[in-house]
Design a protein around this ligand. Sequence first.
Ligand SMILES: [Zn+2]
Length: 85
Amino acid sequence: MWQFTCENCGSKEYTLQKRKVICSYCHTRYKVQKGDPFTFGAKIDLVDDINILVSKCIKEPHNAKRYANIILEMDPYNQFARRYV
Ligand SMILES: [Zn+2]
């Protein structure tokens, strides 16, 4: 049986989201690929995700606070997001 082991911290605890497996311990995220239950070594770049959320804050000011909170979950010291919360 397949078992998750985080490459980053060795944890076997994880959370499964739509297309991602997230290490419960260090929050490293891994892509899940169709057909191939869990393909690791494909870490999702946190910086990319944050950049996408930052641009959403700018484009959708009415939702900025919500996006900022998501950014702060990933990067609690993000200066940009802190302005919105
Ligand atoms: Zn981990």
